[in-house]
Ligand binder design. Structure first.
Ligand code: ARG
Length: 465
């Protein structure tokens, strides 16, 4: 068929002029919405079954439609199906092919339905499946973090604030902070899925349909929790996509934070971890380089997913009820977010267990920034010194340490007593990294036994998720 010809368009009845060739390509969505073919076919089959169930279609028409759709699905899967831009979108491509294959019964499929409720249904079915797949990758990453955290429950590293050494923490504790972020992301996705899994089909173009349709029947066939309540809202609502993208943007933001830390940690200056060669690339000019490309790229991709969220919000802003063609623009950002999120989670879930950890460098770094200074202040408080005075005493001790390039734990008792005679020989128990860690022994603290208990609770949560 020539571009611009309206003869095989499913809506051409009232038109006398052919579509402008450029407009035809400009308004078409088939290039990107064909990826919903499975959902479109499932929705059409359920619709046909419902129409037969209420007596609007004969059983033989229903069987012809279902059989025809099954063979179209095979044609698409084997690559035989010829997609046509002139037929605009996935919906009309499949419907036109159905009529080509089964004749008049194919023309009855669209009874009591519109592309407006059809596309909203397809999008919900598609996103529901995508959320389930994303949740699996997310859990794989969470489990990987739990395994590494369990191995590193006692590994000392510097904890940072302002990226300055603050207090010693265990690597297990640090990894569990990442785990907690992901665990909230998981809950957000699962919660969002509840609002995705409702069925707009039956809303037709905007007002419902004059046929005695049974929406509960169709909803059940398609595995939806319920039909939606309001036809106008149903054909125009894209909240579920925006909400998913918001959860995705936050998840990617979390991955960008891990990424940033991995980039810093794998630098020669830190040397905390070494990423496996299979997740890095070299430089074409500098032979010594091994670049942390994967975390860098994921850090960058977080921007793109947030961009998609903004696009979707702007797409919806000020749209009047009900369906508007603007909404065709929801697909590319949504699909891009799904692909980006799934890919980023997959690569992280594979990369984390393959990362080598340099415990020695971490412990050395923890000894460098006077990370037990707070412990010394707390010790003085226990000996009766007021906290502000203790703070001052420790500050002076740190100044000496800076001058002489030694840690507090490397000073002699006499040196320390110069600053306060409340200091006694038991001070060295709190000045060691291990002593500092063990002291933070409460729910949410970094003491190794607390980290192990947190991992245990997290594993139980994973099982019930
Ligand atoms: N391709 C369209 C979309 O993605 C399908 C719905 C079109 N409906 C309409 N009345 N033009 O939004």
């Amino acid at each position: 068929m020539a571009a611009g010809d309206t003869s095989n368009k499913l809506w051409a009845g009232r038109f006398t002029e052919p579509t402008d060739a450029f407009v035809e390509a400009f308004t078409a969505s088939v290039e990107f919405d064909q990826r919903m073919y499975k959902q479109d076919i499932a929705g059409s089959m359920a619709h046909a079954r419902m129409l037969a169930h209420i007596g609007v279609l004969s059983d033989s028409d229903r069987d012809a439609i279902v059989g025809g759709l099954q063979s179209i699905e095979k044609e698409i899967e084997t690559g035989e199906f010829e997609w046509s831009v002139a037929l605009e979108d996935v919906h009309m491509n499949i419907e036109a092919r159905l009529t080509e294959k089964i004749g008049i019964a194919g023309k009855k499929l669209h009874t009591g339905r519109s592309r407006n409720d059809q596309v909203a249904t397809d999008m919900r079915l598609y996103l529901r499946d995508a959320i389930d797949q994303i949740a699996i990758e997310l859990q794989r990453l969470q489990n990987a973090l739990l395994d590494v955290a369990a191995n590193e429950a006692e590994t000392v590293m510097p904890g940072f604030t302002h990226l300055q050494v603050a207090q010693p923490v265990t690597l297990g504790h640090h990894l569990m902070a990442w785990f907690e972020m992901l665990s909230r992301d998981y809950d957000r996705l699962k919660d969002c899925r509840k609002r995705v899994n409702v069925m707009p089909l039956g809303s037709a173009a905007l007002a419902g349909t004059s046929y005695p349709i049974d929406r509960a029947y169709t909803a059940e066939l398609l595995g939806f929790d319920a039909p939606t309540e309001n036809s106008l809202d149903s054909v125009s609502d894209r909240d579920f996509i925006i909400e998913f993208n918001a959860a995705a943007a936050l998840l990617m933001t979390h991955l960008s934070r891990f990424s940033e830390e991995l980039v810093v940690w794998s630098s020669a200056q830190f040397g905390f971890v070494e990423l496996s060669d299979s997740f890095c690339t070299g430089s074409s000019i500098m032979p010594q380089k091994k670049n942390p490309d994967v975390p860098e790229l994921v850090r960058g991709k977080a921007g793109r997913v947030t961009g998609n969220l903004i696009s979707l919000l702007m797409l919806m802003k000020a749209q009047p009820l009900a369906y508007n063609k603007d909404n065709q623009e929801d697909k590319e950002p949504l699909f891009d977010t799904i692909d980006t999120l799934r890919g980023s989670l997959k690569v992280f879930a594979d990369m984390i267990p393959a990362m080598a950890i340099n415990r020695e460098n971490m412990a050395k770094a923890a000894l460098q920034g006077f990370s037990t200074a707070t412990d010394l202040a707390d010790y003085l408080v226990r000996k009766g010194v007021a906290f502000r005075d203790a703070h001052e005493v420790v500050g002076k001790a740190v100044r000496l340490g800076v001058e002489q390039s030694k840690d507090l734990s490397e000073m002699t008792l006499d040196e320390l007593r110069r600053f306060s005679d409340a200091i006694e020989s038991d001070v060295f128990d709190v000045l060691t990294l291990e002593g500092s860690l063990a002291a933070r022994d409460h729910l949410g603290g970094t003491a190794p036994n607390q980290v192990r208990a947190a991992i245990k609770r997290a594993r139980a949560r994973m099982l019930s998720a």
